[in-house]
Design a protein around this ligand. Structure first.
Ligand SMILES: C[S@@+](CC[C@H](N)C(=O)[O-])C[C@H]1O[C@@H](n2cnc3c(N)ncnc32)[C@H](O)[C@@H]1O
Ligand SMILES: Nc1nc2[nH]cc(C(=O)O)c2c(=O)[nH]1
Ligand code: SF4
Ligand SMILES: [Mg+2]
Length: 234
């Protein structure tokens, strides 16, 4: 089965969540069933960009990952778009045979059997500011499909309403590691980010969580955005 791929890049460092700082190659799948108002990867979502996506076979995808990593079996993050609308099982099988490890980033709207072949499933349910609505039945199916793979929740926070929502979600999943990351309001790759604004958002989020006695979540900025801004392919 062929795959629609928006980009394959790296090695870079994982900029978000549990594996932050780890050398990683990214496979960004083309196409998404959501349209988050603040999506920072529209070039992998909006069908206006589909002519830039490449149709690739699984072995071509893995060949590219091997070439980029010089054959060193690093962590591979399958992101998008929503990679769960496609079949990444053959890519993961080929990569694992070579010693590569796999994480996947998804919003949790579509469950796949291949989630169980991952090392880490990053589930990122979308808060009210995104304009999307979570289907919790589908979300719970994603959690179950992960089998014995590690799973984390990573929630983007723009405002107080998102934070209240994240607290409710956290209560629903008391045993899952929880990561919060401040939203980046500037998602145009042609525009510079405002580092002071990002720092202020991080500070606000720490104040509103740790500062008020909510000590469960880990709070992390998007490290790659601090380093490279909104540049693509990093
Ligand atoms: C582009 S998404 C692709 C994977 C999947 N569709 C999802 O949303 O989880 C990768 C991660 O970037 C986060 N993200 C997207 N836009 C963002 C923004 N403007 N600020 C902070 N995080 C953002 C998403 O919430 C998700 O955790
Ligand atoms: N360095 C880096 N870290 C990331 N973590 C999650 C990303 C994503 O867009 O899924 C991402 C990305 O695009 N670049
Ligand atoms: S689900 Fe992810 S890729 Fe899709 S629109 Fe939202 S942030 Fe963008
Ligand atoms: Mg990103």
């Amino acid at each position: 089965m062929s795959l629609r791929i928006a980009e394959i890049f790296g090695p870079t460092i994982q900029g978000e969540g549990a594996l932050i700082g780890q050398p990683t190659v990214f496979i960004r799948a083309g196409g998404c069933d959501y349209r988050c108002s603040w999506c920072d990867s529209l070039h992998a979502v909006d069908s206006r960009y589909r002519h830039d996506w490449q149709v690739m076979q699984p072995d071509e995808v893995m060949d590219r990952v091997v070439a980029l990593s010089g054959g060193q079996p690093v962590m591979v993050s399958i992101s998008g778009g929503n990679p769960a609308i496609q079949d990444f099982a053959p890519v993961i099988a080929q990569g694992r045979a070579l010693g590569y490890r796999f994480a996947c980033e998804t919003q949790g709207s579509v469950a796949r059997d291949w989630f169980a072949d991952l090392d880490l499933l990053v589930l990122s349910p979308k808060p009210p500011s995104s304009g999307e609505q979570v289907d919790w039945v589908a979300f719970d199916r994603c959690l179950q499909a992960a089998g014995r793979a590690d799973r984390i929740l990573k929630i983007v926070i723009f405002d107080q309403r998102d934070l209240d929502w994240a607290q409710d979600v956290a209560a629903r999943y008391p045993r899952l590691p929880l990561y919060l990351q401040p939203g980046n309001p500037e998602t145009d790759p042609a525009q510079a980010v405002d580092p002071q604004d990002l720092a202020d958002r991080m500070l606000w989020l720490v104040d509103q969580t740790v500062g008020r006695g909510w000590l469960r979540p880990r709070i992390l900025p998007q490290l790659h955005v601090l380093i490279w801004g909104n540049r693509r392919g990093v």
